[in-house]
Structure formats: structure tokens, C-alpha cells
Design a protein around this ligand. Sequence first.
Ligand SMILES: [Zn+2]
Length: 319
Amino acid sequence: MPFPPTVRRVAGSAPGRLARYARLRLSRRRAGLVLVYHKLGEPPGDPKRELVPALSPRLFEAQLRHLARLYRVVPSRELRAAAAARRRGQRFPVAITFDDDLASHVRHALPALRGMGLPATFFLSGASLEGPYRFWWERLQAAFDASRDLGVLAAAGVPAGAAGITGWGEALEAATPQERGLAAEALAELVGPDPDDAGMRAADVAALAAAGLEIGFHTLGHDPLPALDDAALEAALRDGREALERLAGGKITTISYPHGKADARVAAAARVAGYESGFTGVPVAVTPASDPVLLPRIDVLNTTVDDFARQLIGALQRS
Ligand SMILES: [Zn+2]
């Protein structure tokens, strides 16, 4: 999940945008884009009051059609090489990825991707393989939506953040894993048991893999990795990976870092742990100079397909 939500309007008209993309295609620019999605669903979410606003499945499908028409959609593990191999005039490569164990991956993303025959990678924690589970920010959202008194978070040791749900989200993200665990339990008390359909069961993961979609790792505990000591970092990169590998039917060698956060130490540890590619939340294009275990990703706008189109062009132009 990302903090804070990155939503902004991007300037430019549709014909101007197509001309800009055509000019970019004629350049020798060696670049590609990795996109990250989270929740899909109706009604679409409100970024002003939701930490992870849902993207309408209809808008998602329109974005996929845009990508299929103007870009070359490749598996995320091939993106960097595809960017390096790009020649003048060719389409820019794009990879589609999803973070977090969300029921909407199977309900909405799977049929849309399968319908268009597009590859994608799903970065999962495996926290809900055996039963319903909501991440702390989902419980926080539920508490916020129900106007519950968040005083319990202070009792769990979490210092109050800035006003609003984003402030609380940032405060919890900055807390220690122990404080966050206590806060997650306190939030569960506040909002009741996680709904039956929360998260992804083992069969859901197997269904994605059976459809030829790639399973990556997102760590079981979803702690920001740069804040962990060496032993906890090693454990985070390992614990829960095997259970997902059994469902994926093979080794998992790709990871997306929780909250998109990684540094040189995290990247080195990921390499030692056998990951060949790692994805952050830095919203820029991938180039041949990008470190394979620190590949940037763009958090997709959930406004209009036109904004999406401009967002991609802007990232390529800045590459
Ligand atoms: Zn996440």
C-alpha cells in the first residue's frame, strides 16, 4: 500500500498527448514502466478519505485496452531487459503488478487480464491463505469509516499523527513492528472480526498461478523493511515465502517491498535471499541503469484513462 495517495491532475489535451507519445516513440529512449495496482471495485474509492481507494474495474479495463493499444505489455521480470533492448520507433514496454492480498485480485483483475491475455505479477504476503485477514490499514479504514474513537492507538503506543486518516496511516507506518501489531489487535477489537471475504485464500493464489499469472512476495508481516535490524530483515524476506511457492508451483524470485520502501541494505539482503528482481514505490521509469532489485514503480491514478495516459507519458519523458 502507498502513502500518501498520489493523485494529481496532469495537463495536456488528448490529441497533444498522442503527438507527444508519437514523438517519444521516435526517440531512442531506452525506458519502460512498471505499474502498481491495489484494490479494484465499485464504487470507486475517494483518495481524500481512503488510504487505498478502489479503482473501478471498468476504468481498469479501459487502462488495459490503452496499454494493449499503445504499449508492449511484458512480464515484470522481463521489463528491464525489454527497456534496454528497445529501438527507435518501437512501443515502450510496460509491466503490470498488484500489491497486497486483496479479494478483488481474483474477482476483478484475473478475469480482465485473462480476457485480454495480458501478463501480470501479484505480490502477496500470504497472511490470509487459511482464513480471513485484514491488514492494519484496512482495519484502520473500517474504524475511520465507522467514526470510532482512535484513542486505542495511543494506548498501543502509537503517537498521534496529523489529523485525518492519512495522518494516522503515516503514524502507524512509522511505528515499530511491535507497536503496529498491538495497534492492529486494538483496531480489530474496535471494528470486530475480519469479514469472511477479507484477503486471499490458498485456492485464490492457486487460481492466479493456474491462469499463468506470476506470484511474487510482499513479506508476511508487511513491515517497512529499512527500519528492521539485519536478523528481522532476513526473516521478513524468508518467512511465508515457501507457503506461497507451493501454491505458485515454483520458486518465487521477485519481491515488492512493503510500502514501496527499500534502501541499499535491503536490496543487498534481497539479493542474498535469492531475489532476482525487487520493486519499490519510486514513481519513475525503469532504464538500463536501474538496479534489478530496486526497480521503480508507478502508482496508477484512479481518475480517468486520459490522466492515466498522461501519467505514463510524463514518466517516460522524465526518464
Ligand atoms: Zn503492500
